[in-house]
Design a protein around this ligand. Sequence first.
Ligand code: 5RP
Length: 229
Amino acid sequence: MSEVDQNTMKEKAAQRAADTVWSGMRLGVGTGSTVKFFIDALGKRRKEGLALGAVVTTSDRSRQQLESLGFTVGELSDVEHLDLTIDGADRVDSHLDGIKGGGGALTMEKNVAVHSLHNTWIVDESKVVDHLGGFPLPVEVLPISAKQVFNQFADEGLLPRFRTTDTNERYVTHYGNFIIDLYIDPLPAPRGLASYLDSTVGVVEHGLFLGICDTVIIAHEDNTIEIKK
Ligand code: 5RP
């Protein structure tokens, strides 16, 4: 699949998601290239009169794009909860469990998602898998013990690698932490692995999003859109 085809699919899924947003909604907006298309579509709806109750987002990139289109972006702490969050995903399985965090925004994304009544993911068909895997699992870790946590993951056979930037610097998250990507594939038992990561001191958050998403909008190469609930 060419990048052009993939972008066309991402845009189609994003446009369909924008049709599910209504005036008055308190909306969470995620991060990534698919969400970028979603924000563009949301901007068009705003011009046609869409007036959201609140908008909260999960990265500075999305915030800037939303603000450039005239949206006022608030904080999660301004609202009791969000009605709907629309986000991309790196992988999603048939139970609507997924891997997220390819863009490094997993901590904000998970916090926004769990305080949202509904969560929709927008993906192209290449992201849909039978078993979670095929994408490195991001784990955000505190710098203070990153070395020890890395070694612990290596001892567990989780094939860790520190994420780096294009200039080979260590990638630093919005919260000043590092990301260790786990290259274990497929993930043997996502729930067991999630519990292990949740209980590891030094881990801030991980990219296993289990039981969080309720709707996935999948754009297929043959131009069809599939909605999985
Ligand atoms: C960012 C994410 C993104 O939602 C995920 O990486 C999908 O990105 P894209 O739409 O660019 O493929 O989790 O942290």
